[in-house]
Design a protein around this ligand. Structure first.
Ligand SMILES: Cc1ncc(COP(=O)(O)O)c(C=O)c1O
Length: 329
């Protein structure tokens, strides 16, 4: 085994592959397929699901991503997630590696190659490798990556007993960065870590005007005492695909009298705390009732009927709605 003058091993390509496999043996993951434009295809061995360290997405955070769900062998609401992905790319001055239809096709084919019938598809766009500079490397090619994995899992008691959140002490991202789904999730990560450290399940950002923002990777919404479903405006938070869809589906509860109205507006912390129900909404969590915010109990301290009704509408849409794409397994 060659060694460098410092005594560190000089690794061959096969040493590196062995080491990557050993790493995965220590830290098993359930990534079932990965497409990389840099590798030129799909790999199913998690040890090979890699990206060069000098990709601008890795060392400067110049990259974007999005996540769509696989439900019963179909992809749910991919067009909405791709719309947001393209908007994030434009705001981040990232070039596309190919046309939208081709990216969509790669996502579907990678899902098929994974064999996974329930889970998540996360895909990224990077400006590519080639330097450690602030500017993207001259002539670098955008990287497109697609990972198929089981999806994020939350404790069952989030559904049965509800979720406890705290107002984070971390500042909300400025609007441009909040509405763009970049790989810069440091505030979101710190917020979630802070919440766990303090015995809560998650945090919520409040903006500089005292308006409620969003949670770490989920939106929040409220049901007022007179049955209005209220969602914060999307000008300072991410446009959650799940929230946008639910705001449409929630209209079905109006003629039945369960809701009086659905409204997107600024929500102050005071108004939020006066709500009789609070919801967390997102592709991974779907809909979960918030039962405590800081020291305040929300409603009767249990997930409420609107959160259950919205979850039902969403699950129905995910099973039988018109936003499903077949996967050619
Ligand atoms: C910061 C943030 N807000 C909200 C959401 C919810 O978005 P979606 O419903 O598309 O999962 C996400 C998840 O992507 C997120 O990361």
């Amino acid at each position: 085994m060659p060694v460098s003058p410092t005594g560190l091993r000089l690794l061959s390509a096969s040493d590196v592959i062995d080491q990557l496999r050993a790493l995965r043996a220590q830290q098993p993951v359930k990534y079932t397929a990965f497409y990389s434009s840099q590798l030129g295809g799909i790999v199913t061995d998690p040890a090979l699901m890699v990206i060069p360290f000098d990709d601008h997405m890795v060392h400067r955070g110049h990259g974007i991503f999005d996540t769509a769900g696989i439900v019963n062998g179909k992809i749910y609401d991919l067009e909405a997630h791709l719309d947001r992905f393209l908007k994030s790319a434009e705001r981040s001055k990232l070039k596309l590696p190919c046309a939208r239809a081709e990216m969509r096709d790669i996502i579907i084919k990678t899902t098929a190659a994974s064999g996974r019938r329930d889970g998540s598809i996360r895909y990224w766009l990077s400006s590519g490798p080639g330097s450690l500079d602030l500017m993207p490397a001259a002539g670098s090619q955008p990287g497109f990556f697609v990972m198929i994995f089981p999806g994020l899992v939350y404790p069952d008691k989030w559904k049965t007993e509800g979720v406890r959140v705290m107002t984070t002490t971390y500042p909300i991202k400025p609007p441009l960065y909040a509405i763009t789904k970049t790989t810069n999730y440091l505030p979101n990560v710190l917020m979630q870590m802070e919440a766990k450290e303090k015995g809560f399940d998650n945090g919520v950002f409040i903006d500089h005007d005292g308006h409620v923002g969003e949670s770490s990777n989920m939106n929040v919404a409220f049901v007022t005492n007179d049955n209005v479903l209220v969602h914060p405006k999307f000008d300072h938070i991410l446009s959650g695909c799940t929230s946008l869809r639910l705001l449409e589906l929630a209209q079905k509860l109006v003629p039945q009298g369960q809701l009086k109205e659905v409204r997107v507006t600024d929500v102050t912390l005071k108004d939020a705390l006066a709500a009789k129900e609070m919801l967390l909404i997102g592709s991974s969590v779907k809909v979960a009732g918030i039962v405590q915010w800081d020291a305040n109990t929300i409603g009767d301290g249990k997930p409420g009927p609107i959160s259950r009704a919205l979850l039902q509408l969403l699950e129905e849409d995910m099973r039988t709605g018109d936003r499903l794409i077949d996967v050619p397994y």
